[in-house]
Design a protein around this ligand. Structure first.
Ligand SMILES: Cc1cc2nc3c(=O)[nH]c(=O)nc-3n(C[C@H](O)[C@H](O)[C@H](O)COP(=O)(O)OP(=O)(O)OC[C@H]3O[C@@H](n4cnc5c(N)ncnc54)[C@H](O)[C@@H]3O)c2cc1C
Length: 425
């Protein structure tokens, strides 16, 4: 990525954030001939968009997201054909095991949505599963399978999208934090970055975990919490299961380098931060469903964020420049559990060597759905964030509808369920 691009004095639109949402939005804006600038405080795909598992799945998705995900998959295929870089895109399918009766019932319940949307999801009998993946330890119950689901290499894919945006005319600025938004006569009139001002009437905030704090200087309340999820990659192996697999304990996806990404499926750590205290009452209902899989963690992040100013001056260094990239420490205990489960589920992988471990900070909204929305009391600002742990697969489609909103067009897919106002009641 060309991080040495010069910051222009004006633009048709400015996108804040170089994750999959920001890069996809910039791509679709540039494709329409708009003069667009993307500002990323660190590097393209430095945070969630390079750290995720790489599942591109319809299976198991909240039904509100399914139409956008179906459209997104079409864009992934288009990107795969047009991108010169190999992004590791492959339609290997998604497989959800049903190790317990409870999980089987949950898979059954979701299958009803698959039928409504006409997806190719189906249940595999024990024998069919054994034929598809002979190495798997015998399962007692039927597994849910969606053959048309896909996967890609998150970092390569997000960077490829930024490259396509750039070749369509977008200016991509790395190491360029946006400090704040200028407002004149009640409308967006520009942004102030660490390199100076850009005049613009349209700003897209795709800042991931940072969006809620960023919006505070505009008095916009945007609740989302930070959840840390840990992952590891195995060394390359001749084992070649192509399906991305999820059980209550294990998440697994074939990597382009021949290894697998492994994680403790569905288990993560929620950081207690000042925002957690501010917003936790809005999460009571989702916490009831996920309390077995989410642990609350009080650490140094609480005190760091407590020291952040509520309002800040645009002519001084901000927290966005002080923390260019979130790089949380992986949870070794959860990764060990995943490793044990891997050996139990696939005895042939029992002693496989681990090549690397990492973690990512996920931004989660109270209803675990994103916000892709105009801001009613600030014309010119679009928020596209809060993808709650499933924004990679849906990212290209989300970028497309975000760009459409920014251009004042009716989005290709109905996104009224992703309004900001639903979280402000
Ligand atoms: C471990 C893990 C596993 C996951 N697995 C999957 C999966 O398998 N499938 C799936 O679909 N999703 C998955 N996700 C979720 C997915 O990664 C995210 O939903 C998605 O990447 C969010 O993209 P984003 O662009 O909104 O945010 P990010 O990728 O976090 O990008 C936001 C960017 O904005 C920048 N930024 C913030 N503030 C400013 C500012 N003021 N100025 C300039 N830049 C700024 C940040 O530096 C950051 O680079 C997973 C996430 C994690 C962490």
């Amino acid at each position: 990525m060309n991080g040495s691009n010069k910051q222009p004095e004006s633009a048709d639109a400015v996108v804040i954030g170089g994750g999959i949402i920001g890069t996809s939005t910039a791509w679709f804006l540039a494709r329409q001939g708009l003069n667009v600038v993307l500002c990323e405080k660190g590097i393209i795909a430095g945070e969630q968009s390079s750290r995720n598992w790489g599942f591109i799945r319809k299976q198991g998705r909240d039904p509100h997201e399914i139409p956008l995900m179906v459209h997104s998959l079409e864009i992934w295929e288009d990107l795969y054909t047009r991108s010169k870089a190999d992004i590791g895109f492959h339609k290997g399918g998604t497989l959800y095991l049903s190790e317990t009766e409870k999980r089987y019932q949950a898979n059954q319940a979701w299958f009803e949505h698959a039928k409504t949307f006409g997806l190719d999801s189906r249940f595999l009998s024990r024998q069919e599963l054994q034929t598809l993946v002979p190495e798997i330890q015998e399962q007692k119950l039927e597994a849910l399978y969606t053959p048309s689901d896909a996967r890609a290499e998150p970092e390569l894919a997000t960077r490829a999208i930024a490259d396509v945006a750039q070749s369509n005319g977008a200016t991509i600025l790395e190491q360029c934090a946006v400090r704040g938004i200028d407002v004149e006569a009640g409308k967006v009139s520009g942004v102030v970055t660490e390199q100076g001002r850009i005049k613009t009437s349209t700003v897209v905030c795709a800042g991931g975990v940072w969006s809620g704090y960023f919006c505070r200087h505009l008095d916009i309340v945007f609740p989302h919490l930070k959840v840390i999820s840990s992952v590891m990659a195995t060394e390359a192996t001749s084992f070649s299961m192509q399906q991305s697999l999820w059980s209550s304990g294990l998440g697994m996806r074939k990597r382009q380098d021949g290894g697998y990404n492994i994680a403790f499926g569905g288990s993560s750590d929620c950081e207690i931060t000042p925002d957690f205290i501010r917003f936790c009452n809005r999460y009571i209902s989702s916490y009831r469903h996920s309390k077995e899989t989410v642990s609350l963690k009080l650490g140094s992040r609480f005190f760091k964020e407590l020291s952040w100013p509520k309002k800040w001056s645009f002519d001084q260094k901000t927290v966005f420049e002080k923390e260019r990239m979130l790089d949380p420490r992986p949870n070794e205990k959860l990764l060990n559990e995943a490793y044990q489960l891997l050996g139990k589920t696939f005895p042939n992988l029992k002693n496989i060597a681990i090549a690397k471990k990492w973690a990512g900070m996920i931004d989660v909204t109270p209803d675990e759905l994103p916000v892709i929305s105009e801001v009613s009391n600030l014309p010119g600002l679009i928020i596209s964030t809060g993808f709650s742990g499933h924004g990679f697969g849906i990212g290209p489609g989300a970028g497309k509808v975000t760009a459409e909103l920014a251009m004042g067009k009716i989005p290709t897919i109905d996104i009224s369920c992703f309004s900001l106002s639903r979280l402000q009641k």
